[in-house]
Design a protein around this ligand. Structure first.
Ligand SMILES: [Zn+2]
Ligand SMILES: [Zn+2]
Length: 783
């Protein structure tokens, strides 16, 4: 088997390929720094770890464990497979062995909790009883778990719906609760993360009534400022441990950019098969599709004998890559084509095991997979990993890249860029991945829309007293007044009471943003497939929308907003859809602001009126535009948070932007800034919106707004404000570095522009951003 450098050479050998590699980062092997077991760790426990092959802990594991043991909440933010679980298992299991101390382990998915349970069962530590407590746990087993578990594995939804509302039955458990483990805590972001943050505040309050004050142990992927995100999540200060001392193999990490396609306006099938040539909106150049490029690379790797997984976003994409790869390999060597398969979510356990076995044995060499593989299947010993497009966050990127690595051999990881500003920026600015992280996990528990239902739930759990108010954050006094006015809570001498007969916890679904969720129903069978957040429904499940749900592709037949139902049918049309909206915006309040010379940067509250007006159909895989259909949907009013910046007219003139160019330049800068926000905040461009104008009635100046897409905000705009120097510099770079002449999807064109990406001026946008950044500080603005 070839080492990573040779594999990469195989990929770049074909004509025209070499200049598609924008960067190669060799992440060197690291030996790992083992340390002695701390004295306080139970001796039986050491023996058990030794029995499963852990002779000594790595130093970061002991550092984190020691904080927790000493009663300090801690976040361990280190790489994939760095053994974060030992950091919480050492204190949790030692405490369990010493007496009645209990641990609550919270994970975002059942699959992860199941993995953890298997690991604990393999350890078989005497006197430690581990039980899961989730929606699938049978009633009898729930009673056993409640009475006896010293290590309870659950999730935020169960905490919210079951454990906290029924805390009287959990009294013994909560009284003895010493540690709360929050695994994969970077997953708690945006609105969902904000809800979970409030659930954890409720947990802390109820524990206090039982006389316990649990220590939080958080496990996170590496991000910027894990201690800040971690503290926001649990509501109390946490120490960060980031010095990863686990061993790893060498990885060659290549950043790959598919080529710009030439000429013709209409799509034609190229002679070499599979590949399509086309032009985008207003004749913008398009790049070769990420999927076609990924399939080409997968073919070459399989032909070279490398075991490779290609990660894509949907089952549809997985099937496309597998089909393209097989048809490329077939004519060369039919037996190779048989070694390629697609893999998706929803396989049964035995199907997964069969696939694992085939990959291990080498009867299967190339797999195109959705992220299902990330959590569901254990594949070690891959030679290479391909990633078709930025997977959304650094954490996901390293999780996917971390799949590659044969003992002592090293591995190849290749990120293939999609045609958008973020991907383009990342492959051309390797520091974004390999340098100090700027992407922070973002949440906003103080959002009144999130807070209100949790104050009700908390009051139902135990009347809220004046002393409790601070725990729930600075918005709580005001939200309590409004809840009392709306007669959801009753104010009495001793505090606030929930006196209604319904369950307060049912007021909110942790995964939604308030309002009732839109149900996704299969028309032919009446089967309920899932739900869609109402904040996103107009844009994602309008009639005619192509909607991907858990990797499966559906077409929406009708959307009934009054009934809250979208009727869909399974179908794989040759196109995808993107909704376009038009927005107006009113400033309500300014929270914070800063002057950068003449430019003013503000974070505050806004009221956004937006209407989805049409949707665009693009050819699947190539992005070529097939047409645009109008939609008739009501306007939505959204009170949310925004970051905005203004420039005076004379400053624009000085920067060489004529009066008539100003709105066009602002429009282009707004699009690119939205596309680049995920660089600094864990969101995607669909979580945020924007608006720009040469003269806004509230500011009376040229203004560019970027706002959160959820009622009350989700923390993304706020993070944009705080990281504005990095964010806007990267935005400027992304536009300036793009080789197109007049704007394209890689720089200033936006897939959701309600004005059809017209007019845009990329040169003006660069000048405008230069003017904004002229007096910007080098470092983030901070709080
Ligand atoms: Zn461009
Ligand atoms: Zn636009």
């Amino acid at each position: 088997m070839s080492p990573p450098g040779d594999l990469l050479a195989t990929l770049t050998a074909a004509p025209g390929r070499a200049d598609r590699v924008r960067h190669v980062e060799v992440v060197p092997a690291r030996a790992g720094r083992p340390v002695d077991w701390p004295d306080w760790v139970d001796t039986e426990l050491r023996a058990r770890f030794a029995a499963v092959g852990i002779a000594a802990p790595w130093s970061h594991q002991v550092e984190a464990a020691a904080h927790a043991w000493a009663g300090r909440s801690v976040v361990v933010a280190t790489g994939t497979a760095s053994g974060k679980s030992l950091a919480y298992l050492l204190p949790a299991l030692t405490a369990a062995r010493q007496g009645a101390a209990r641990t609550l382990y919270v994970s975002p998915t059942k699959a992860l909790a199941a993995d953890q349970l298997r690991a604990l069962e393999a350890l078989a530590v005497p006197e430690v009883i581990a039980s899961t407590y989730d929606g699938d746990t049978p009633i009898e087993a729930r009673d056993v778990a409640r009475a006896h578990a010293s290590y309870l594995l659950s999730n935020p939804d169960m905490l919210h719906r079951s454990i906290l509302p029924g805390h009287h039955r959990w009294a013994a458990f909560l009284r003895a609760l010493r540690f709360v483990v929050i695994d994969e805590c970077h997953g708690y972001r945006g609105v969902f993360g904000s809800h979970v943050a409030q659930v954890l505040r409720r947990l802390r309050r109820i524990c206090a009534t039982y006389g316990s004050e649990p220590v939080f142990i958080l496990a996170s992927a590496t991000t910027a400022t894990p201690e800040i995100s971690g503290s926001r999540l649990v509501g109390t200060s946490v120490v960060a441990v980031t010095n990863d001392q686990s061993p790893r193999g060498e990885t060659a990490f290549a950043l790959w950019e598919p080529p710009l396609l030439g000429g013709r306006r209409s799509a034609t099938r190229a002679a070499d098969g599979g590949e399509l040539v086309g032009r985008g909106e207003h004749g913008a150049p398009l790049r070769k599709s990420t999927l076609a490029e990924t399939a080409d690379l997968l073919s070459d790797l399989v032909a070279a004998g490398a075991r490779t997984v290609a990660f894509v976003r949907s089952r549809r994409a997985a099937e496309t890559v597998a089909t393209l790869t097989r048809s490329a390999l077939g004519p060369v060597e039919p037996s190779l084509a048989d070694q390629v398969a697609a893999y998706r979510a929803g396989y049964l356990p035995h199907e997964r095991r069969a696939l694992e076995a085939k990959l291990q044995s080498g009867t299967l060499r190339g797999v195109a997979a959705t992220n299902a593989l990330e959590l569901g299947v254990d594949v070690a010993h891959l030679d290479a990993v391909l990633m078709a497009g930025w997977p959304g966050t650094r954490a996901s990127l390293w999780q996917q890249a971390g799949r590659a690595g044969r003992a002592g051999q090293g591995a190849l990881a290749v990120l293939v860029a999609r045609d958008d500003p973020l991907d383009t920026y990342i492959v051309n600015n390797p520091d974004a991945i390999f340098g100090r992280p700027v992407e922070a996990t973002v949440l906003d528990p103080d959002n009144p829309y999130v807070l209100a239902p949790h104050l009700c739930a908390a009051a139902a759990e135990a009347p809220l007293t004046q002393d409790d108010v601070a725990l729930f954050g600075p918005s709580s006094p005001q939200v309590l007044v409004s809840l009392t006015e709306r007669r959801l809570l009753r104010r009495r001498e001793s505090g606030w009471y929930w006196t209604r007969h319904d369950r307060a916890a049912d007021l909110v679904d942790l995964r939604g943003t308030g309002g009732s969720l839109i149900r996704l129903v299969e028309g032919a069978t009446g089967r309920l497939l899932g739900t869609v957040d109402p904040a996103r429904a107009h844009a994602t499940v309008h009639a005619g929308a192509v909607y991907v749900h858990q990797g499966e592709t559906y077409v929406v037949e009708t959307l009934d907003l009054d009934e809250g139902v979208a009727v869909v049918r399974p179908e794989q049309p040759d196109h995808t859809t993107t909704a376009r909206d038009v927005t107006t915006l009113r400033v309500l309040d300014e929270d914070r602001s800063v002057m950068w010379g003449e430019a003013r940067l503000v974070f505050g509250s806004v009221e956004v009126t937006s209407r989805v007006v049409s949707y665009l159909k693009r050819r699947f895989g190539t992005g070529e535009i097939l047409g645009e259909d109008p939609l008739d949907l009501p306007a939505r009013l959204l009170r949310t948070r925004a970051v905005w910046w203004t420039l005076p007219d004379w400053r624009l003139r000085d920067a060489g932007i004529a009066e008539e160019e100003a709105p066009v330049a602002a429009h282009a800068a707004e699009h690119a800034a939205i596309g680049m926000l995920p660089l600094v905040a864990t969101c995607d461009r669909w979580d945020v919106g924007g608006m720009s104008t040469a003269r806004h009635p509230d500011t009376e100046l040229l203004t560019i707004f970027v706002h959160d897409g959820h009622p009350g905000g989700a923390g993304f705009a706020e993070r944009g404000y705080e990281a504005a120097p990095s964010w806007l510099r990267a935005t400027r770079e992304a536009i300036a570095a793009c080789p197109c002449d007049e704007g394209c999807p890689s720089c200033v064109q936006s897939p959701k522009c309600g004005n059809g990406n017209h007019p845009l001026d990329k040169i003006g946008a660069v000048r405008l951003l230069d003017a904004v950044l002229a007096c910007a500080p080098a470092e983030p603005v901070g709080r």
